[in-house]
Design a protein around this ligand. Structure first.
Ligand code: ADP
Ligand code: MG
Length: 378
């Protein structure tokens, strides 16, 4: 466990980088510090490995005040990854990764063998191991940076904007790799980013920092999105927070309505008025496409069935979330979202206006709950 108790950092020029920070980071959690540039994320992170000492307050790791722990010893248990990867340019990839184990007294041979294992773990092609950093792409260098931080198997990993300099596609690969690694390794990870989407994707808990180095909210991604604690958080999380927040909401209470369906064989004999739709289904009940009066007329005139129906967009899967429910409804030509079971067979229809009403209801009850906690005496 890492804890900050009343931690303030003031730089000699008078800048308050971090202001009375209280924060508890649980073991084996993935905690993300997020916020705009200059709000004290890096300073907070660097106080954990004593690259920066607080002006006041206490930081403990596993219950021990780190100001009393030898900084070099402390850092051996804390891996550190930075944006530029920070690799030594005149050492090969494998030797870069082996650096810390060698410092810790491993033989060069053992350290290299272990380094190869870690490189494989982070998804780097092992043919890169004998190259020099400059011969790798940015994304590959970041993988090496992560491997190097993990090489000595430290329980804590600090990552300061590690993926901010790589292009969006590679960044997404690296994020997924990080989630996979964490599921496997269960380190205590503190990750800094200015990108709220990255924070939401990676974090078990998110600490949102604001101007003046003040912590604004420390919560799960779900709560940060659905119930921003301050106006600052609400605006930082963005105007479309409602839409993003949808993925965290249960669609349990969405009603499924009967849908008028027809088999492909009977399609030409259905009866439809203007504005009505029928869902054509396959023999095993899977949706094939929606047909309206115009489609029906074309079908009767001899047109191929597939040209008389519109496939629509997404289907609502079993135990889907509200976002999927809304996607299904608004991407459907008939305006009715199609819910399917695990085998893909149609089980009912979803009305977009009902999804929106349900969302409003869930938000209200969350806001009430939040208000109640706010006014309750501790
Ligand atoms: P972030 O990582 O969130 O961008 P930092 O922790 O790097 O923020 O910086 C927080 C504030 O402290 C900023 O206003 C920054 O300019 C200031 N700052 C950072 N390092 C120093 C320093 N060595 N001396 C003076 N001010 C600094
Ligand atoms: Mg920073």
């Amino acid at each position: 466990m890492i804890s900050f108790e009343g931690v303030t950092k003031r730089y000699p020029d008078g800048t308050t980088a971090v202001d009375s920070l209280d924060l508890v980071i649980e073991d084996r959690s993935f905690t993300v510090f997020v916020g705009p540039s200059g709000c004290g994320k890096t300073t907070s992170m660097r106080m954990i490995n004593r690259m920066i000492d607080p002006t006041s307050g206490t930081i403990t790791v596993d219950g021990r005040d780190i100001s009393a722990v030898d900084a070099v010893k402390l850092r051996l248990g804390i891996g550190y990854v930075i944006q530029s990867a920070g690799l030594l340019p005149h050492r090969t990839v494998v030797d870069n990764v082996a650096t810390v184990p060698v410092l810790m007294g491993r033989s060069r041979k053992d350290a290299r063998r272990e380094a190869m294992d870690v490189l494989e773990r982070v998804g780097l092609d092992l043919s890169m191991a004998t190259r020099y950093p400059a011969q790798l792409s940015g994304g590959q260098q970041q993988r090496v940076g992560v491997a190097r931080a993990l090489a000595a198997d430290p329980p804590i990993l600090l990552m300061d904007e590690p993926f901010s300099a790589v292009d969006p596609v590679v960044r997404e690969d690296l994020q997924n790799e990080m989630l996979r690694l964490q599921a496997d390794l269960k380190k205590t990870i503190v990750f800094v980013t200015h990108d709220i989407d990255e924070a939401i994707k990676l974090g078990d808990r998110i600490a949102v920092f604001g101007t003046g180095g003040r912590l604004q909210q420390y919560d799960t991604p779900e709560l940060v999105l659905s119930s921003p604690a301050t106006d600052f958080v609400a605006s930082f999380v963005g105007r479309d927070r409602g839409y993003r927040g949808l993925s965290f909401r249960d669609a349990d209470k969405v009603d499924l309505h009967p849908i008028t369906t027809s088999s492909s064989e009977d399609a030409s004999s259905v009866r439809l008025d203007a504005g009505q739709w029928v869902l054509i289904v396959t023999g095993d009940g899977r949706p094939r496409g929606w047909m309206d009066v115009t489609g029906l007329e074309a079908l009767r005139a001899g047109q191929d069935l597939d040209r008389c129906t519109s496939a629509g967009g997404s289907l609502f899967p079993p135990s889907g979330d509200l976002r999927q429910a809304l996607d299904a409804a608004i991407s459907s030509p008939s305006g009715v979202g199609v819910a399917v079971d695990a085998d893909g067979a149609v089980v009912g229809g979803i009305d977009a206006t009902e999804v929106v009403a349900l969302l409003a209801e869930q938000r209200q009850s969350e806001d009430r709950e939040r208000g109640r906690r706010y006014f309750e005496k501790p």
